[in-house]
Design a protein around this ligand. Structure first.
Ligand SMILES: [Zn+2]
Length: 360
């Protein structure tokens, strides 16, 4: 599924760079062009969009397709005091995948949807370092399409022991204060933009963390996207049965009961799918935005919901002494923890999680 790798990605500008950004935009265009990207003004299907913002006014790039990676750029006279809190609204309101902030040609702040925030000093090798941050992101492929099939066997319409264990685990994680409440995206976005995001991604909110448990050889239960993980009850709405990944359609296939308006499965379903398929001993998986000392770390912070993030985690798991009971660090993002059961994971992590994810 690396259909975007090895080709020549097309990128374009959206909006007009102003002030300090004029020079930065020209330089960035050169950096990308000299490394195999092709600039095309008004491109119909760009891979990467550089969207120019100003601190007081900005426009939104409306994607025609999900597979467009949008980096919004802005210039600030000084580093933000609380970078994540101060910058996140710009990232969300501009519907971007990443925010890149130039501070007086001295440093560049990066912020991702996963709340990853890191700073690159400008100066020597900055072009290489910046490209190394941006290129894997722009080339990664989202797997967020869902296909619902009303074929869940009646015996599972109200869940089973596994879904009860997931509901209990969701409440415990919430008690440990490890699952932030769904991000109030509707409060930050104007109604038209919110409708656009919903249409494109089908999300009702952003929330972080997810959990899943294996049902049988090929299927697993997983929490839905954007739901309160402390209240996982209705099958098809809060918890979904993932049946398959349809490679042709690049979509997750879900079995749902009749009569339920289904919600989308967590965007990380593709990652869990890869893990369950490759490691029959894994019976449950929890993903949190927290950290644990000593965890092996993926080399790059691919966005949530991408095929590449799944591959990067799978690769780390393969190297672990026991993939069925492993902890993998997702760089600048959080942890994916496997176990023989949901309770096995909870027992192993209780009291050992650090709330602060290290940023590098
Ligand atoms: Zn995450």
């Amino acid at each position: 599924m690396n259909r975007h790798q090895g080709d020549t990605p097309v990128f374009t500008f959206h909006g007009k760079p102003k002030g300090k950004l004029v020079r930065f935009a020209r330089w960035l265009r050169q950096v990308l062009e000299s490394r195999g990207y092709r600039f095309q003004a008004d491109a119909k299907a760009p891979r990467l969009v550089l969207n120019f913002l100003a601190a007081d006014s900005f426009q939104v790039y409306r994607r025609r397709a999900q597979a467009v990676f949008v980096i919004s750029l802005m210039a600030l006279p000084q580093a933000p005091a609380r970078p994540v809190q101060d910058l996140y609204p710009y990232l969300i309101r501009s519907l971007s995948n990443m925010l890149l902030v130039d501070v007086e040609d001295r440093e560049a702040h990066f912020l991702t949807l996963e709340l990853g925030h890191y700073v690159e000093p400008q100066g020597a090798d900055f072009a290489d370092r910046l490209f190394a941050r941006v290129d894997p992101m722009a080339r990664s492929v989202l797997v967020i399409e869902n296909r619902f099939e009303t074929d869940l066997e009646p015996a599972l319409w109200n869940g089973d022991g596994q879904t009860e264990a997931l509901a209990r685990a969701g409440r415990r994680l919430a008690e440990w204060d490890l699952l932030p409440a769904p991000f109030p995206i509707a409060e930050i976005l104007p109604p038209a933009d919110f409708r656009h995001v919903k249409r494109l991604y089908g999300i009702g909110g952003l929330s972080y963390g997810n959990l899943s448990a294996r049902l049988d050889q090929s299927r697993f239960w997983m929490s839905a996207s954007g739901v309160d993980k402390a209240k996982l009850s209705v099958i098809g709405r809060d918890l979904l049965l993932v049946k398959e990944y349809d490679r042709e359609a690049n979509a997750m296939v879900l079995s749902v009961p009749p009569g339920v308006e289904p919600r989308r499965v967590s965007v990380d379903a593709i990652e869990h799918w890869m893990i369950y398929r490759e490691h029959p001993g894994v019976r449950a998986i929890i993903h949190v935005h927290a950290w644990m000392a000593g965890a092996p770390i993926t080399e790059f912070n691919y966005p949530c919901g991408t095929y590449q993030l799944g591959e990067a985690v799978a690769e780390q798991l393969r190297r672990s002494p026991d993939p069925s009971r492993a902890v993998v660090g997702l760089k600048n993002h959080g942890l994916t923890i496997t176990g023989r059961s949901i309770d096995d994971i909870l027992e192993r992590i209780e009291g050992r999680l650090l709330k602060q994810v290290p940023m590098t």
